[in-house]
Write a protein that binds this ligand. Structure first.
Ligand code: RIB
Ligand code: CA
Length: 342
C-alpha cells in the first residue's frame, strides 16, 4: 500500500493501478452503483446499460441540471427507469444550477427541448425520493457495506456539493467514474470545453482536486467510439425498450452527422458507464488535471498535464485509450439483451 503522501498509482505492465482503491477483493455479487445524471439521450442509454448489466446493482439515481432543466432531467430519469421496468430504483433530485455561474445555455439543440430526442416516454408511477440528492447519496455511501461506484455523467455540481456537505461520505466512494473533459480533443460546447465541465467548471475543479479515486472519461475516448445505425438497428429490433432507445437516438444521429461528421452517434455517457461496469475497459494514465474557471474563452477547459504520469495524491486516472469496436459491441449486446426481456 502507499503512504499518505506517497504515489497513489503504480504501473503493473501497461496498467496503472490506483492504490487509493481498496485492493481487498470485493465481496462476490454486483457492485453497488449510483448514477448522477442529466438525461439527455446518452444518459438514457447509460442508465439502460446499467440496468442490463449484472455486474452492478443500480441503487440510486441522482439528477442534476445540464442538458435540460432539472425538472426535466428528473422526469426523464423517472421515465427511463420505468421504461425498463425499474421504477423501484430511487431517484433523488439534485442541483438546479451550477455552483457559481449559471449555465449560459442548455443543450436542447442536441437532446431535444425535453431532453430525449423528442420521444415522449410513458410517465412513471414512482415519485421522486423525498431526500435531496446529496443526502440520499451520503446515506447510501455511509451505510453501504461495500465500496460504491459513482458514475457522474452530467455537470459535477452534486458531487462537489457532496464533498462540501458530507466529506466523510464522499471519502467512502469506491470509484468515481466521470464523463467529462478533454485532454487532446478540444471542446464540444466551445472550442476549449467539453459540456459537463463547461456547465459547472467550479464544481469540476473541486472534484478533480479532491483526491477521490477518479476515472475521467473524456472526449479523447468518447469521440472515436461511434454507435452506427447498424448497431442501433440491432437493439431496435430486439423489443420495445430497444425501439424506444433507437427512437431517442434519431435526433442524436442527425446532430452527430452535422457536428462531428460521423456516420453514427457518440454515446459519451454509455462509454463512461461501460468503464464503471467493467473496470479497466479503458486504458488510463494518472494525470494532474486542472480546470480553467476563468471568464474567458478557455472557461471549462480541462488542462491535463501529459508530460509525465502523476504521482500526486490528487492524480486523476485519465482515459487515453479505448477499443471502440469492443465498447460499441458491449453496449449493443447489452441493450439487445435488455430489450429482449420485454
Ligand atoms: O459532452 C458530453 C456530455 O454532455 C454528456 O454527458 C452529454 O449527456 C452531455 O451532458
Ligand atoms: Ca450527460
Amino acid at each position: 500500500m502507499t503512504s499518505a503522501t506517497g504515489p497513489t498509482h503504480r504501473r503493473v505492465g501497461c496498467v496503472w493501478w490506483d492504490d487509493r482503491v481498496p485492493d481487498t477483493q470485493p465481496a462476490p455479487g454486483p457492485v453497488p452503483l449510483v448514477v448522477d445524471t442529466d438525461p439527455g439521450i446518452d444518459d438514457a442509454l447509460a442508465l439502460l446499460l446499467a440496468l442490463a448489466s449484472p455486474e452492478v446493482d443500480l441503487r440510486l439515481v441522482t439528477t442534476v441540471h445540464g442538458n435540460v432543466d432539472l425538472a426535466q432531467t428528473t422526469e426523464n430519469a423517472l421515465r427511463v427507469l420505468h421504461l425498463a421496468g425499474r421504477s423501484d430504483v430511487p431517484v433523488a433530485v439534485g442541483a438546479r444550477s451550477s455552483l457559481a455561474v449559471p449555465q449560459a445555455r442548455r443543450a436542447g439543440h442536441v437532446h431535444g427541448a425535453a431532453g430525449l430526442g423528442g420521444v415522449v416516454l410513458p410517465p412513471s408511477p414512482a415519485a421522486v425520493d423525498p431526500r435531496p440528492a446529496v443526502v440520499a447519496l451520503a446515506e447510501l455511501l455511509l451505510s453501504s457495506e461495500r465500496p460504491v461506484t459513482v458514475a457522474a455523467i452530467g455537470p459535477l455540481t452534486n458531487i462537489a456539493l457532496l464533498l462540501a456537505v458530507y466529506p466523510d461520505a464522499a471519502a467512502r466512494i469506491g470509484r468515481l467514474v466521470v464523463m467529462g473533459g478533454s485532454a487532446t480533443r478540444g471542446g464540444n460546447v466551445t472550442a476549449a470545453a467539453e459540456f459537463n465541465v463547461w456547465a459547472d467548471p467550479e464544481a469540476a475543479a473541486v472534484v478533480f482536486a479532491a483526491g477521490l479515486p477518479t476515472v475521467l472519461v473524456g472526449l479523447d475516448v468518447t469521440l472515436p467510439t461511434v454507435l452506427t445505425e447498424a448497431g442501433i438497428a440491432r437493439f431496435a429490433a430486439a423489443g420495445p425498450v430497444g425501439a424506444q432507445a433507437a427512437a431517442m437516438l434519431q435526433q442524436y444521429l442527425d446532430h452527430a452527422r452535422t457536428s462531428y461528421g460521423t456516420d453514427g452517434v457518440v454515446v459519451h455517457d454509455a462509454l463512461a458507464l461501460t468503464e464503471a461496469i467493467v473496470p479497466g475497459t479503458l486504458r488510463t494514465v494518472p494525470r494532474d488535471v486542472v480546470v480553467d474557471t476563468g471568464p474567458g474563452a478557455g472557461r471549462g477547459q480541462t488542462l491535463v498535464d501529459r508530460r509525465t504520469p502523476s504521482s500526486s495524491p490528487t492524480a486523476v486516472a485519465v482515459a487515453e485509450g479505448v477499443d471502440s469496436d469492443a465498447a460499441v459491441e458491449f453496449l449493443v449486446n447489452r441493450l439487445e439483451r435488455l430489450a429482449a426481456q420485454g
